[in-house]
Write a protein that binds this ligand. Structure first.
Ligand code: PEP
Ligand code: MG
Length: 770
């Protein structure tokens, strides 16, 4: 078989395996498909033996006696399979029987097949299993076969790992606990998927899968409850795709020659193909969910086109795939915006959750978030925090499609996800949930109390916000103002830049809600992981790229519109302006000039143009070293510890693989903060902290000891932090900061501080990692 065809087959197989409802089906699909693709009489797969550590068991076969599945066990380092696993390399033999490691199992009937080729299935450096193909013709498999099978095993590793995770979860619940890599037993046999605590809290709810937009392979096998509604949805999507293509077509015909335009019409033909429509609807009538039906019919067409002899028709497979994506995009848009479809206790589960998908869930129905990527520093985790819901991030190998619709428990403290929990686990978490609610209730008594240390030093506590929806929690938390209003959030949830008038309306609501209390409004900070759907930017290193103030200065029209909107709304409140991602003083000077220009424009129109206090964010190492120069140009400074930690430690705040290195208590980060506070105070400027460090009880205590004047955090954390500050004296916080100055690693600092919290009776605030 040609390499190109084999790769296509592999691609299709990977998709099928990824979508299989359980591990046995995944493995059966795999061995049948591979035997065919490799033109081998036998293809078998061996996975770890749950009974014997280091051993292997035959889990699926095409060509050997089917009765031997589950019966053939190989001890550690036993047989050719053991050899492949030990060496982590392919073993290719002309005559397997002559090899010293060959072990014969009469039940398989395998002595008939001399040629043997075995490859390991590797995933993240671990041998998950072994795939072996066998043939009657000695010397049948050459180097190319070995490379192809190896490629297949490498591609399939992730999909098999997914299926294994789920099987382990089920086995563990049935009391057949193993010690799996990912579904880690919690000491009592109950398995969970391990991730990272993203936002603290507990949720028990129903998983709702969020798929990457328009990815056919990510659509799960779902049944429909209402075929008629699904068919209507399908026809609407088809009409929308038709219109989209017709519009594209008419613009294209002006630009391309006749022949190419013909090709394009062939494309449009497919959307209007009645046969296609009938097939999809027949599947829906047969019980398939609309997206599943579209996926399957598109795949049938792709398969049919790929097998055609005519090269022109073969090319149509790619068009069909594209058409499938367009249709899916239309359907997913409808799916995401269909209010009322989300369960009342929605837990979003996905490879990557976007702020947009969170905002799409109707108010009050979003209970938690679980993401395969990201960490506590990701904006999605911060947003979850702002919503007061737990988030578990970085759950690698999260089998999204398989969890969809199932009951889940999200533990945002320890980063655990339980799927279909046992009654024991559910009861335990219900109890914890009730305890949390009771603590929150008790803390509301502090709402109108000042945030003062035991000896009377006042620390101003502000809330972070960015959505109108989280204004209410911010007000209820007794925040003395807003320390960080992230203006990009209203930009992210739209399909175009909001107009000046729209922005004035939004900002005015925020300013009015807080009246006399200060609202610190930060200018647009897009880029990094906050991309606007209508301003696509492709960069290799987005966090080191075009973000924050850099983008605003390159687009003065966007920046000036925003500045004018803020200035226009400013008379309705007590407003301070904050500039993100300041890297050089030139940038800052340029931004200050643009602020003046926006004021001048308003004055020309005869409108009031208040002179607002301006602050700079210190979140880039260069700004730490230049704090004094920056401070001299502005009225206040605000440290963004999320980005500062990311840039000082060179640890991507979104990357789960390096999340354990992301720690705002790292001595390099605390030294940087000490230096900023000292330089700013020497220039007579106040310093606030608006990163997540301020919401961490340990972080808040240290920052207070370092002399930080204001702390700003998610509303959900505010009363807890007030409780912490009121439990210690200024002298104690200073001592904590002094001791931390000489610590050589974050672990030492955290351990000391946590002991202090426990001793002060605040142990319930640091349940993380229990
Ligand atoms: C920060 O970087 O700490 C910060 C507050 O800004 P953001 O999280 O929005 O980047
Ligand atoms: Mg930042």
């Amino acid at each position: 078989m040609q390499a190109g065809n084999v790769l296509k087959t592999l691609h299709r197989l990977t998709e099928q395996v990824a979508k299989a409802p359980d591990l046995p089906t995944a493995l059966r699909t795999l061995v049948t498909g591979l035997a065919q693709a490799m033109d081998a009489e036998v293809c078998s797969i061996y996975l770890p033996d749950p009974e014997v550590a280091g051993g292997w068991v035959l889990r699926a076969t095409e060509g050997l006696n089917p009765e031997s599945v589950g019966q053939v066990h190989l001890g550690p380092g036993e047989g050719l399979v053991g050899l492949v696993a030990r060496e982590k390399e392919p073993v290719n033999l002309e005559s397997a029987q002559d090899h010293a490691w060959f072990r014969y199992f009469p039940e398989t009937g395998e002595e008939r097949f001399p040629a043997f080729l075995g490859v390991p299935i590797l995933h993240r450096g671990q041998v998950l299993g072994v795939i072996a193909v066998q043939s009657l013709n000695a010397g049948r498999f050459d180097e190319e076969h070995a490379t192809l099978l190896f490629t297949a095993a490498a591609q399939l590793g992730g999909a098999i790992a997914h299926a294994q995770v789920l099987e382990r979860l089920v086995r563990a619940r049935e009391g057949k606990a193993e010690t799996p890599e990912q579904a880690v037993a919690d000491g009592s046999g109950e398995a969970f998927l391990a991730g990272l605590g993203g936002a603290q809290g507990i949720a028990i709810g129903t998983a709702w899968a969020v798929y990457p937009p328009a990815d056919l392979s990510a659509v799960s096998d779902r049944r429909t409850d209402d075929p008629e509604a699904d068919k209507r949805e399908f026809r609407t999507a088809l009409a929308a795709a038709d219109q989209e293509l017709a519009e594209l077509g008419s613009t294209l015909t002006e630009r391309i020659d006749e022949e190419d335009a013909d090709l394009f019409h062939a494309y449009l033909h497919m959307v209007r193909d009645k046969g296609f429509q009938r097939r999809v609807e027949a599947r829906i009538d047969g019980g398939s969910w609309v997206q599943t039906a579209v996926r399957d019919v598109v795949r049938e067409y792709i398969g049919a086109f790929e097998n055609m002899d005519d090269p022109y028709l073969r090319e149509r497979a790619a068009d069909m795939r594209d058409l499938g994506r367009r249709l899916l995009a239309q359907l997913q848009q409808a799916h995401a915006s269909a209010d009322g479809q989300y369960p009342d206790d929605t837990v979003l589960v996905g490879e990557e959750i976007s702020p947009l998908s969170m905002a799409a869930v109707p108010e009050g129905q979003l209970k938690g978030v679980v993401s395969a990527t990201g960490s506590a520093g990701s904006h999605v985790a911060i947003l979850a925090h702002a919503f007061g819901i737990p988030a578990v991030m970085g759950v690698e190998d999260l089998p999204v499609g398989l969890i969809d619709g199932k009951e889940v428990v999200v533990d945002g403290y320890s980063g655990r996800l339980y799927v279909e929990p046992s009654p024991r686990i559910r009861d335990e978490y219900r109890r914890l949930e009730a305890e949390e609610a009771a603590l929150t209730e008790r803390l509301t008594e502090l709402r109108d109390q000042p945030a003062v240390t035991r000896d009377g030093r006042t620390i101003t506590l502000y809330a972070n916000t960015g959505l109108l929806a989280d204004l209410d929690p911010a007000l209820r938390s007794g925040a003395e103002g807003i320390g960080l209003y992230r203006t990009e959030l209203p930009f992210l949830t739209r399909d175009r830049f909001p107009s000046e008038a729209e922005q004035v309306r939004i900002y005015r609501q925020v300013f009015e809600a807080f009246g006399e209390r200060p609202v610190t409004i930060r200018t647009l900070d897009i880029g990094g992981d906050k991309l606007l759907p209508y301003l696509p930017v492709k960069e290799d290193n987005p966090f080191l790229g075009w973000r924050g103030l850099r983008l605003s200065l390159d687009h003065p029209e966007i920046f000036l519109t925003q500045l004018r909107a803020i200035l226009r709304a400013a008379p309705y409140g007590n407003v301070r302006l904050l500039l993100p991602m300041v890297t050089t003083v030139e940038e800052l000077d340029q931004a200050l000039r643009l602020i003046e220009r926006a004021r001048a424009e308003l004055m020309e129109d005869g409108e009031p143009a208040p002179e607002l206090p301006v602050g700079a964010m210190i979140e880039v190492p260069s700004a730490v070293f230049q704090t004094a120069a920056i401070a001299r140009r502005v009225n206040f400074l605000s440290i963004g510890t999320n980005d500062l930690t990311q840039y000082v430690l060179a640890v991507d705040r979104n990357n789960a693989r390096v999340a354990k290195l992301f720690d705002h208590l790292h001595p390099a980060v605390t030294h940087a903060i000490n230096s900023v506070v000292d330089q700013a105070h020497a220039e007579g400027r106040p310093v606030s902290v608006c990163g997540e460090m301020a919401a961490d009880p340990v972080g808040a205590l240290l920052l207070t000891g370092m002399g930080v004047d204001e702390l700003s955090m998610s509303a959900g954390a505010l009363l807890r932090i007030k409780w912490v500050l009121r439990s210690f004296s200024t002298a104690q916080t200073r001592e904590f900061a002094e001791l931390a100055r000489v610590d050589e690693c974050a672990r030492t600092t955290r351990a000391r501080m946590e002991t202090a919290l426990v001793d002060a009776g605040l142990g319930s605030l640091i349940r993380a990692g229990d």
